[in-house]
Design a protein. Structure first.
Length: 256
């Protein structure tokens, strides 16, 4: 019992870290990545044409959903990079605090690599399309597609031993969600840097070019907008979770 808890400790740590890491885009992470991969995992052991058709449908649905996400990420990351470049053209940024400039540089770096990292998503071409005939996707292609989501199958010496279902690969889970993560944090850092820029009179009045009161009121107004966004996102995610058949089944695999 104690040994089982010790072995499960690293997985619990990874789960907590992932929950913290994805808190700002947990809804998109679940909808575009985790839930579709869970669906693929649940249909991996097909025994007839119907099961095979369901698996191919799950693979095609992932390709469709991920393509939609990549289209959004590309536009949002481009806009984030343009916003940072635009901010550096403001005369007031020359006198802002160093932390704001640091966060803006990081934001530009993340948005750039969000676009570059999207190149890894060329793996989608190895998945079936919703528009094509599923019969063209043979068993060898299915096994290749499963390798893009699941851990390698276990090799056993005894052929009579029943193989356990393959688990979700934490490494592939990371790869599939990476562009969204980078784009998301590029916007988070940009907004935090902008808030610090507005609060320059608080940190260093000698650098301020706007009154202290104006800076505080502006930041409070921006905070209300952010809180409203978080409230709406939380309500939407809660309502979707209550009606989802996958509710409570999201797995957080170790990076294996």
């Amino acid at each position: 019992m104690i040994m089982a808890k010790i072995r499960g400790f690293p997985q619990a740590i990874v789960k907590i870290l992932l929950q913290i890491l994805t808190v700002s885009y947990s809804g998109a992470y679940a909808y575009h990545t985790v839930n579709p991969i869970e669906n693929i995992k649940n249909h991996q052991d097909y025994k007839d044409d119907k099961g095979r058709s369901e698996l191919i449908k799950a693979l095609a649905q992932f390709r469709h959903t991920k393509s939609e996400e990549l289209s959004f990420v590309t536009k949002a990351a481009t806009l984030s990079g343009a916003a940072v470049i635009g901010v550096f053209s403001w005369p007031t940024t020359e006198r802002t605090i160093w932390a704001a400039k640091l966060l803006w540089h990081w934001s530009l770096f993340l948005s750039t690599f969000s676009l570059i990292g999207s190149a890894h998503q060329r793996l989608l071409r190895h998945l079936p399309s919703l528009e094509k005939d599923s019969q063209e996707f043979d068993d060898s292609k299915i096994q290749l597609a499963l390798n893009l989501f699941l851990q390698p199958p276990l090799s056993v010496a005894n052929l009579n031993t029943k193989l356990e279902p393959r688990r979700i690969s934490g490494r592939m889970l990371w790869i599939w969600q990476c562009p969204m993560m980078l784009m998301n944090y590029s916007w988070v850092l940009f907004l935090v840097g902008y808030a610090l820029h507005l609060l320059t009179p608080v940190f260093d009045p000698s650098l301020a070019e706007i009154p202290f009161t104006v800076a505080v009121v502006t930041v409070c107004g921006c905070a209300l907008v952010v809180l409203n966004f978080a409230f709406c996102a939380g309500i939407c995610q809660s309502r979707l979770a209550k009606g989802s058949s996958l509710n409570g089944s999201l797995s957080w695999a170790l990076f294996t």
